[in-house]
Structures are given as structure tokens and as C-alpha cells.
Design a protein around this ligand. Structure first.
Ligand SMILES: Cc1cc2nc3c(=O)[nH]c(=O)nc-3n(C[C@H](O)[C@H](O)[C@H](O)COP(=O)(O)OP(=O)(O)OC[C@H]3O[C@@H](n4cnc5c(N)ncnc54)[C@H](O)[C@@H]3O)c2cc1C
Length: 384
């Protein structure tokens, strides 16, 4: 890999965004176990992600973006998942795209867009979004952080928990209550990290995605100008719905790419590892697991492609989004565990990198709405 990276791709995306990060595999995959063990955000690798142009894909060219589509962004993230063995870095990149840039582009004022989008698109401004609270996780719309109007400002009080990228973020998008209880009393504000009254907690240790920092954030009499509101007062639920659809499509496209890589790796091992005078892939106990893994990857691909196309076309995709999230996140957990079993003792060793996949996969059935909540959603949309 050359040490001189090509120029940033900011003018029109490649024919297939899947290949965007492939040339950077060596840099992205350097010392992944060590970074994971230290649970540190890999700043040098972030610069590689920046140079690749990945973060620019879904944004309009007038803000420095590539003008890509929703499905193009999914392809780009799938390609990152296929290329990059640091799932935490991928998760932070996916959060960067969806947390502030996507809602700002869709709902923000021209003033906020021209001020902040160029830095978000390059990745110079790191972003996070804060929905979950200590008392409101699955019950996400029951937000209790309040924003009270005071002249030209709002005064925000409360706290958020599990905020991906918060420890490194320059900008945070806050979902807060400005009105009555329920989904239509919510509004969204863009705040800068150095706003007086905002406190970002220390990074929290966690099982997987360890290079993606996460923390709590609290607000005490934090004064925010009304011009920092994204969309109308009370539009928080509408914005959250727009964002969550894309969060699921983007971050689980990344997961699909990771599953593609796992499948290739497992096939390679099953062909090369010999026991009883034959490659272990010749034993049905192993080959059927791999066949199931292939089915899981292709099922994930079909759900993502179909749901992505529906969302892009503006069709109702409420059940599809929930189903896609369940299918991909649960397939990721299952196939990660099967990969450990197929690799045997090697799979259990940190250095092989397969056990890290299991730890990384567990979070997928929790973040962006747990599997239980997604099933509740489908059941309720079926009238149950
Ligand atoms: C890696 C990671 C990254 C995250 N990043 C962010 C972020 O950037 N921003 C952000 O705002 N949040 C983030 N979150 C928070 C995430 O959205 C919440 O953890 C999630 O919504 C679940 O909330 P909770 O953890 O409070 O669990 P709880 O809501 O307390 O749920 C605990 C258990 O009870 C189950 N349960 C709850 N209610 C029901 C019900 N009605 N029916 C059946 N089962 C139920 C849940 O499914 C779960 O199994 C992140 C979480 C993780 C793990």
C-alpha cells in the first residue's frame, strides 16, 4: 500500500461505493487486536476513513459531499465492513454519517447546514446523537430531558446515556422534550461540545466495539439559541423516525460486510485445516454450519436491499425496517459463534480475531432498538 493516499473523492461517487475503502485495508487493519485491547479510538485510522471519502457519500455536493443515494451509502458501508476488521471504528463511522449529518441535511436551516455540514462531511467535526436516557432506553419516546423556552434561547436540563462517539464528539444532536408527554412533545437541538452546562462523561468500558467510545452526557441549565433547533418545535419524533430508519440500514449494511468477510474466512479455514486425514469442511457437522452461514449472509443481503429500496422510494417500510434489524443482527451473532466453533481452539484465541467478532456482534441486538422491541413493533403493526 502506497504511503501517499489519493486525493479525497468529493466530486461524484465511484460506480460502486462498495470499493471506496478497499484500497485502505492495510492501514485500517493494522494492530486491530491491540487497539481493541486498549479500547482506544484509533485517530490515525479515522484519518484514513476521512481520506477514503466514505463520510461524504450521502451528502450534497454543495456541502462537499458526493451526492450519493441512500442505497449507495449502504453499499459504501457494506464495503467498509468487508474491508475493515475494526468493527468499532466502522460503527463510529456509521454513527458519524447518520447522527447529525443526515437529519441536518434533511431538516436543518440553511444557516446551520452551511456552517456545520462541510466539517461533518470531511469528518473533521465528529458527531453523536443522544436519545437514550438512564431512565428511558427501550421506552425511547418517553424522553425526560427538557428544553424550556426562555426568550431567544432554550434552557436544557437532563442527561443521556450510551452515547456513541460522545467522548470524541464536537457536535451532539439532542432529542429533548419541549412540550407535552408523548412523541409529539419532542424537539431536536444541535449543540457544540463546549456549550456551558454540557458535561461529557468518561468513556465507558464495554464488551465489544471497544474502539468506538461511548459515554453519558449531562446538561445543567444549558442555554441553547432557538436557531440551533433542527426542524419545528415538536418535530422530534418525525426526525427520529427518519434517522432510525437510516441508522438501521447503514449500520447493518456494515454488519453485512463483516458477515461476508467471516464467511470467506471460515470457508478458507474449513478447506485448509486437516483432521482425520481430510479438510474439516468435508465433515457434514462443519459444512452444514457454513451452508447456514451462507444462507444467513444472503438473507441479510436481500432484506437490506429490499428495505433500502423501499425507504429510498418513500414507501411504507415500518415492518421491513424492524424485520431487517432482527434478521441481520441475530444472523451476525449466530454466525460469529459458529465461526468460533469451526475454528476450534484457534477461534477461542484473541490473536485469531474470531472471538472479537462475537463480542462485537452482541451489541447489534441491543442498539437501534432491541430485538424484543422490534418484534413488539411488528406485532403491533400486525394489529396484535
Ligand atoms: C453499543 C451501543 C451503542 C449505543 N449507541 C447509542 C447512541 O449513540 N445514542 C443513543 O441515544 N443510544 C445509544 N445506545 C443505547 C441503546 O439504544 C439502548 O441500549 C437500547 O435502546 C435499549 O435500552 P436499555 O439499554 O435502556 O435497555 P432497557 O430498555 O432497560 O431493556 C432491558 C431489556 O428489557 C427488554 N424490554 C424492555 N422493554 C420491553 C418490552 N416492552 N417488551 C419486551 N422486552 C422489553 C429489552 O429488550 C432488553 O432486553 C447504544 C447502546 C449500545 C449497546
Amino acid at each position: 500500500m502506497s504511503s501517499t493516499p489519493p486525493a479525497p473523492r468529493t466530486a461524484g461517487i465511484e460506480p460502486d461505493p462498495y470499493t471506496l475503502t478497499a484500497p485502505w485495508a492495510d492501514e485500517l487493519n493494522q494492530d486491530v487486536e491491540e487497539w481493541d485491547a486498549r479500547a482506544e479510538f484509533p485517530w490515525e485510522k479515522w484519518k484514513v476513513i476521512q481520506r477514503s471519502g466514505l463520510l461524504a457519500v450521502p451528502f450534497e455536493t454543495r456541502y462537499g459531499g458526493s451526492g450519493g443515494t441512500l442505497t449507495g451509502t449502504m453499499r459504501a458501508l457494506e464495503g467498509l465492513g468487508r474491508t475493515c476488521r475494526d468493527a468499532g471504528l466502522g460503527f463510529s463511522a456509521s454513527t458519524q454519517i447518520v447522527s447529525v449529518g443526515v437529519p441536518l441535511q434533511a431538516f436543518g436551516s440553511e444557516e446551520l447546514k452551511s456552517r456545520f455540514l462541510p466539517g461533518i462531511v470531511t469528518g473533521d467535526l465528529i458527531t453523536a446523537h443522544a436519545i437514550t436516557e438512564p431512565g428511558n432506553g427501550s421506552d425511547a419516546l418517553n424522553i425526560s430531558t427538557t428544553a424550556t423556552r426562555d426568550g431567544d434561547d432554550y434552557v436544557i436540563d437532563g442527561g443521556k446515556l450510551f452515547i456513541t462517539n460522545a467522548p470524541i464528539a464536537d457536535l451532539l444532536l439532542l432529542y429533548v422534550r419541549t412540550g407535552k408527554p408523548g412523541p409529539f412533545g419532542l424537539s431536536v437541538f444541535l449543540v457544540e461540545r463546549d456549550t456551558p452546562g454540557l458535561r461529557v462523561g468518561e468513556p465507558l468500558g464495554k464488551m465489544g466495539l471497544r474502539t468506538s467510545p461511548i459515554s453519558e452526557v449531562t446538561f445543567e441549565s444549558m442555554r441553547v439559541p432557538a436557531t440551533r433547533r433542527i426542524g419545528q418545535e415538536g418535530a422530534g419524533f418525525l426526525i427520529l423516525d427518519h434517522v432510525m430508519k437510516r441508522e438501521i440500514l447503514f449500520s447493518f449494511s456494515l454488519t453485512l460486510g463483516e458477515m461476508e468477510h467471516r464467511l470467506e474466512r471460515v470457508i478458507g479455514y474449513a478447506k485448509s485445516r486437516q483432521q482425520f486425514g481430510a479438510p474439516i469442511g468435508a465433515f457434514q457437522g462443519v459444512s452444514h454450519k457454513i451452508a447456514d452461514m451462507k444462507i444467513a449472509v444472503e438473507t441479510a443481503r436481500k432484506w437490506l436491499a429490499d428495505t433500502g429500496a423501499k425507504v429510498e422510494a418513500g414507501q411504507d417500510a415500518a415492518i421491513d425496517i424492524a424485520a431487517t434489524k432482527i434478521v441481520v443482527s441475530e444472523a451476525n451473532k449466530r454466525t460469529a459463534l459458529d465461526a468460533v466453533q469451526i475454528f476450534g481452539g484457534q477461534g477461542y484465541l484473541t490473536a485469531t480475531g474470531i472471538e472479537r467478532d462475537v463480542r462485537n456482534a452482541i451489541g447489534g441486538t441491543i442498539y437501534s432498538g432491541t430485538s424484543e422491541i422490534q418484534r413488539n413493533r411488528i406485532a403491533s403493526l400486525l394489529g396484535l
